[in-house]
Design a protein around this ligand. Structure first.
Ligand code: ZN
Ligand code: ZN
Length: 632
């Protein structure tokens, strides 16, 4: 999110009290620290240091000069030696601290100040900024009390700094009260402050309140649009982010044209939804409007192309980019990895190091993922060792996840379990689930049972381990254990994650959930699903119900499978696009076995290419087989 708009506005030069250097012309030409020290010495020798105006001005130079000349130690010394610092000097020293790592000192000084002096409206911005920086809402409230005490509540400038302080501390209720007061009493209508409020709600994840406020804005700047779009994207409201982006373009006014920040904010949402057409448009827009495709925007575009199914486009853009940083390299390596192009990913990993770009932990996740998807166990092990021993990175839980996945798929389950035991802080549910899946695939019940039990301890509300465990017991014909597991699941009232799929048709995103009938073409879609199932069963297909919740009866299981969101999306894709078009669907969960085998058959029966992006990777279905080689 854009943090710069939360920076408090400090008083500008004209707003300050009369400039004392008019009385002391020598300050005007003062440029270096040495020069200040010379003046300081002269003032002491001549006794003019006793003049409050002279010492106040000297303090200002020490305290507020630009960094290399700033000297907080001398400033503090001079301030502490002042017999009776005036309001100007108090403000100076409070302001000097608010930018430092010792920002709380601003507040401590402010507390002292109010014992001797009446603060003025130039005092508050600095001390409020300090409270905001340290996230100290209680101290901020005390400052607020002083504001009220001295009747400065109607000053728009102080009010806006109060709002910022509360927003930065995440105290949105308080911020809202002060903001409302400001709007009512002093007609506080600057768009900047509205932006601060919208951004504040987004930071605490209250997307609805943010949007309400956004709608009420008397005027919206490009920053307003950008924060709302990126806020949606960052809080997982991808469809809303794209809708707002579209609205922004329709607004049409010259001052709300999408800019660089807009594009960078909207691209993650485009990628998540796999909305290739919109993504292409974003790229085209940048080129047409001379928006510089720097490594940040470039990486976002590469990421978008790869996640929208077109790694060839991603690669083309990558090769054309003049500037590449570590994020750019990571984007292309990840992109290749999720498309199963393990060798290309590894090749780019080598090229990256040849270009003297040091891989970071994200790079390693991508490379290890590539090895895992391609079953390159030894390569993966050697890369893991390079990461730890050569590059000195401390493996994160994600790296362990990749390694467990890699070893697990290859059936080296014991090694995988040993690795899990070595993990500092212990494994999380994702790692355990990966290993459990591997145990199931390789029929290793001994390790599977240990992992499954551990998983139930960590994540008792997750349905997957129950299903996996009970399937494992069923394959051993240990029916007591099967019943026991089912019962436990029932007691904990487990529901599976709601599946959700998206498909872009003519630049519009259509979203489907399980058994969704809300779409305007629902009737046609369901007729298509019926037809699909008939053709499939003629081709000898039987639904694979092993991954469905066990408490359902068989008919229920079959009908649930039939209406998985990805099947609905594919059916919609088949009826709404021409034969030559590839049907591209994005899924929020991992694709299930049944949908996977269904789509393989559908690709043959309908002669269509189908691409499904699930939570982990891409599946390109064509002529009855999948690019993942049934290994995902
Ligand atoms: Zn499915
Ligand atoms: Zn596949």
């Amino acid at each position: 999110m854009n943090t710069s708009i939360l920076q408090p506005t400090l008083p500008t030069y004209q707003n300050r009290p009369p400039h004392p250097s008019t009385f002391f012309p020598e300050f005007k030409h003062c440029k270096t620290k040495k020069h200040i020290l010379q003046i300081h010495t002269k003032l002491i020798k001549t006794g003019r240091i006793q003049d409050p105006l002279a010492s106040a001005e000297l303090l200002r130079f020490y305290a507020l000069s630009d960094p290399p000349h700033r000297d907080l130690r001398h400033a503090r010394q001079l301030f502490d030696e002042m017999p009776q610092p005036n309001c100007f000097s108090w403000n100076t020293i409070i302001r000097a601290y608010c930018d430092t790592n010792d920002a709380l000192e601003s507040w401590v000084l402010f507390r002292k100040m109010v014992e001797f002096e009446i603060p003025n409206k130039f005092t508050f911005p600095s001390v409020l900024k300090a409270c905001a920086k340290m996230g100290r809402v209680d101290e901020g409230k005390q400052v607020h009390c002083v504001v009220v005490k001295y009747g400065i509540v109607n000053d728009g400038f102080v009010l806006s700094n109060l709002v910022r302080m509360y927003v930065m501390c995440g105290a949105m209720d308080e911020a809202c009260v002060v903001f409302g007061l400001g709007v009512l009493s002093s007609g506080l209508s600057e768009v900047v402050l509205w932006n601060v409020m919208v951004d504040g709600y987004l930071r605490v994840g209250d997307v609805e309140k943010a949007r309400n406020l956004f709608n009420q804005m008397p005027r919206k700047s490009v920053v307003s649009w950008n924060s709302m779009i990126s806020g949606y994207a960052q809080n997982g409201f991808f469809v809303e982010a794209l809708e707002l982006f579209r609205e922004m373009q329709m607004e049409g006014a010259a001052d709300v044209m999408p800019n660089y920040v807009t594009l960078v904010s909207v691209l993650p949402a485009v990628s998540r939804l796999g909305a290739l057409e919109i993504g292409k448009w974003v790229h085209f827009y940048a080129v047409k409007n001379g928006i510089k495709i720097d490594p940040v925007l470039g990486s976002a575009l590469i990421d978008m192309y790869c996640k929208c199914g077109s790694f060839e486009e991603g690669l083309r853009l990558f090769n054309a980019l003049a500037q590449k940083n570590v994020i750019t390299w990571n984007s292309i390596i990840t992109g290749l990895a999720i498309h199963g192009r393990a060798m290309d990913a590894l090749d780019h990993f080598t090229k990256m190091q040849q270009s003297r770009i040091t891989p970071n932990d994200v790079t390693y996740i991508s490379v290890l993922t590539a090895c895992s998807h391609a079953g390159l166990v030894d390569k993966g092990l050697s890369i893991f060792s390079q990461m730890v021993h050569t590059d000195g990175l401390i493996p994160r839980i994600e790296h362990y996840g990749c390694m467990v996945d890699l070893l697990g798929r290859a059936g080296r389950l014991q090694e995988a379990e040993e690795l899990i035991l070595k993990m500092p802080g212990g494994p999380d549910d994702v790692v355990l689930k990966a290993l459990l899946g591997a145990c199931k695939k390789h029929g290793n019940i001994e390790i599977g049972e240990r992992i499954g039990k551990r998983l139930l301890e960590i994540a008792p509300e997750d349905g997957a381990p129950y299903v996996a465990l009970s399937n494992m017991y069923a394959s051993m014909e240990n029916w007591d254990r099967v019943t026991e597991t089912r019962l436990k699941m029932k007691q904990n009232d487990i529901k599976k994650d709601p599946g959700c799929s998206w498909i872009e048709v003519n630049g519009v995103i259509h979203e489907f959930i399980v058994a969704d009938r809300s779409h305007s073409k629902a009737q046609d879609i369901y007729m298509m699903l019926e037809e699909m199932m008939q053709k499939l069963s003629l081709a000898g297909y039987k639904p694979d119900t092993t991954q469905v919740l066990l408490r359902m009866d068989d008919a229920e299981k079959k009908s649930i499978l039939r209406y998985h969101s990805e099947k609905i999306a594919v059916a919609f894709g088949l009826i709404s696009t021409s034969r030559a078009t590839t049907v591209k669907v994005v899924n929020n969960l991992r694709i299930c076995d049944d949908c996977h085998s269904t789509f393989k058959l559908v690709s043959t029966i309908y002669g269509r290419r189908i691409v499904v992006r699930d939570r982990k990777r891409f599946h390109h279905f064509e002529n009855g087989s999948c690019s993942c080689m049934d290994y995902w």
